[in-house]
Design a protein around this ligand. Structure first.
Ligand code: FES
Length: 653
């Protein structure tokens, strides 16, 4: 008589096992992805499976009643006390008796697919570096003088087949107390940076640790710091939050922060302290908001530009301010929270900082490359991550190039006379009637009084406080389309434009969008200075893109991806009218949202993704805008709206 046949779904893995084999053991032998924290003791319920009964011609199996053993006492006790969904069994307790088809539901899979990559919607499987293991440890014995840690090691060997472990110092300090509190039963968090590496115990809890582990994916920008608290079990984002980067008080943009470090003996140290304090505050707030214990935040991933990277790590960024822009290291950096100087996270929480691409192209660009995968693209994709500094990637399957371009903070509403962050009261979109030259707009946080398209006429009650990045981009493009601006970016007079919304301002003119000054409210104009700031920013962006196109030997791209927190809000038409991006069919311009943040989250959830980004970064060709003479030439030509020489045939359509 042959042994029973077991077929696992959805993997389709199958094999024969002697009657009486636990389902969990069969799964392990076949390499089926079935979770366990308690190691088969019937207490963690991570190993839940669903047996199916009946005829399965597809699998060539008929499953009869009794294919799995009856409920044993352990399984019954779990069901009575904690409950199990209809049809579910504990894989570690149910044993195989006859041919059977067993489904492993997504929540029982360690490597379930979770994070979706934006560009091609490929899913990323969970493969967290830190996992929980419950163990029963021998009590100390006068006759066998071994240490508590050594007996933990023995338990891991015997119960989990883990040959060797190391321990983080803060964990060792608390080890004896936890062991005794747990009555020699503990759950350890093991951090294994890559398959086959020696795991490190980075956390320990008495008894069985219920509830999962968490991680933070942090996008450390020069203007804002955004954090996503993520479940390391499911990959789901539990809470997101952001704060301003307090280093702004030392300098708005990157180079001014580098000069601050050069000019002030304690400059770099002060900036490091400021950012660490802000991250601590953010981590504390986000954990509290989500009701998550901070001690369960065992992993944190950072993405950031090279200057932020060095200042985070306490490395003086002075070399990044001068050619040849040498990084202290471009490799990924791994360290623990205590070494980094974070106080809000457990001391042994593991930090992973993505690799940098080059002296000006940082881990944030690497994260965009991880999330958008230009190297997998069949057509030539231009990806721009728009922020205070623009990260630009151009590539397809054959080759990927990257550069960064100093756009300055104008795209984020800074250095704009009525500029503000994208917050309630900000004009985020605007239309100017080409005939009457009257504006209509969308204001964040106000949804009253809108027309069918969601735009408003001017009203004193609108609650407008300013204009944000996407609003100012649209305003400049709309002014150009309505004939209020000439191609050089000069605002016309009332006489020339036929509207008294073009008001004199000093020796130039400004376009009056909104005037509530009679009622003590704001008066919002787009000034000549604002137009110039946007022109500089968009020229830098365009010139960076053109430089990569030169390098690649093309004068057209197939598609454009706008990334960055506000990339999602930029209208493709307006971006092109302005000449921010090269000519491309409008339906080939897509938004990837916060691609750097997505890349950080992917790296947080998957060790394989970390290996992937490390490989991607090695293959990217770096182009240094600061020393490339053609950059200046492209920059000057790109100052016109949309451009002095490059044609924009798509705009004529
Ligand atoms: Fe923990 Fe089955 S493995 S309950």
């Amino acid at each position: 008589e042959t042994d029973p046949l077991v077929v696992f779904t959805p993997s389709g893995k199958r094999g024969r096992f002697p009657a009486g084999t636990p389902v969990l053991q069969a799964a392990r032998q076949l390499g089926v992805d079935l979770d366990s924290v308690c190691g088969g003791r019937g207490i963690c319920s991570k190993c839940q499976i669903t047996p199916s009964y009946g005829d399965f011609p597809k699998h060539g199996v008929t499953v009869r009643d009794g294919a799995l053993t009856e409920w044993n006492a352990v399984e019954q006790r779990y069901k009575d006390k904690r409950g199990l969904k209809e049809g579910r069994r504990l894989g570690c307790q149910a044993r195989i008796e006859g041919d059977v088809v067993i489904d492993v539901p997504p929540e029982s899979q360690v490597h379930r697919q979770v994070v979706r990559k934006a560009a091609d919607a490929r899913a990323v499987a969970m493969d967290p570096a830190t996992r929980l293991h419950f163990i029963e440890v021998d009590e100390p014995d006068m006759h066998e003088p071994t240490g508590d840690l050594e007996r933990i090691g023995r338990a891991l060997k015997a119960q989990w087949d883990i040959a060797r472990v190391t321990v983080a110092m803060p964990v060792l300090r608390g080890l004896q107390t936890v062991l005794r509190k747990g009555n020699w039963q503990v759950t350890v968090a093991l951090h294994t940076p890559r398959e086959g590496a020696v795991p490190q115990i980075t956390a320990i809890w008495p008894g069985l640790r219920e509830g999962g582990l968490h991680g933070l994916a942090i996008d450390l920008g020069s203007t804002t710091i955004a954090a996503h608290l993520t479940s390391l079990e499911t990959g789901a984002v539990i809470a997101s939050s952001g704060v301003m980067n307090p280093q702004i008080r030392f300098g708005e943009d990157l180079m001014s922060r580098v000069s601050y470090a050069m000019m002030n003996p304690s400059g770099a140290v002060d900036m490091t302290a400021a950012v660490l304090e802000a991250i601590d505050g953010l981590a504390t707030a986000i954990a509290a908001e989500a009701g998550v214990e901070r001690e369960t935040i065992v992993e944190t991933v950072f993405v950031c530009n090279p200057v932020m990277h060095h200042l985070l790590l306490g490395i003086d960024p002075v070399e990044l301010g001068q050619a040849p822009f040498a990084l202290a290291t471009s490799d990924p950096v791994t360290l623990d929270a205590a070494t980094l100087g974070l106080k809000a996270l457990p001391a042994s929480a593991q930090i992973y900082i993505l690799p940098c691409i080059a002296g000006h192209v940082g881990a944030d660009a690497a994260a965009v490359a991880l999330s958008e995968q230009p190297g997998q693209s069949d057509d030539l994709a231009l990806i721009v991550d728009v922020g205070t500094n623009a990260e630009i990637l151009l590539g397809d399957k054959t080759r990927v190039l990257a550069c960064s371009s100093p756009t300055g903070p104008a795209f984020e509403g800074a250095q704009i006379s009525s500029g503000q962050r994208a917050a309630p009261g900000a004009i985020e979109a605007i239309r100017i009637d080409p005939v009457t030259k009257e504006p209509r707009f969308k204001v964040i946080g106000c949804d009253k009084w809108s027309d069918e398209e969601g735009f408003w006429q001017e009203t004193a009650q609108s609650g407008i406080t300013g204009i944000c990045g996407s609003g100012i981009i649209e305003a400049v493009a709309e002014m150009r389309m309505a004939g209020l601006l000439d191609p050089s970016g000069l605002v016309g007079s009332a006489a020339a434009t036929g509207t008294d919304r073009c008001i004199p301002e000093g020796r130039t003119h400004a376009y009056l969008i909104h005037d509530a000054s009679a009622a003590g409210g704001p008066r919002i104009t787009v000034t000549q200075g604002d137009i110039r700031a946007i022109q500089l920013a968009k020229s830098a962006l365009y010139a960076g893109a053109r430089l990569l196109m030169d390098e690649r030997g093309v004068d057209k791209v197939d598609r454009v991806v706008l990334a960055g927190a506000f990339g999602a809000h930029i209208s493709p038409l307006h971006a092109m009218v302005l000449g921010m991006i090269p000519d491309v069919p409008l339906d080939k311009v897509t938004s990837a949202g916060n691609a750097a943040g997505t890349g950080a989250r992917i790296a947080l959830c998957s060790r394989e993704a970390r290996a992937d980004v490390e490989r991607i970064v090695r293959q990217i060709t770096k182009v240094e805008t600061a020393i490339e003479p053609r950059f200046q030439e492209h920059f000057v030509n790109a100052n016109a709206i949309p451009h002095a020489t490059d044609p924009f045939p798509e705009l004529a359509k």
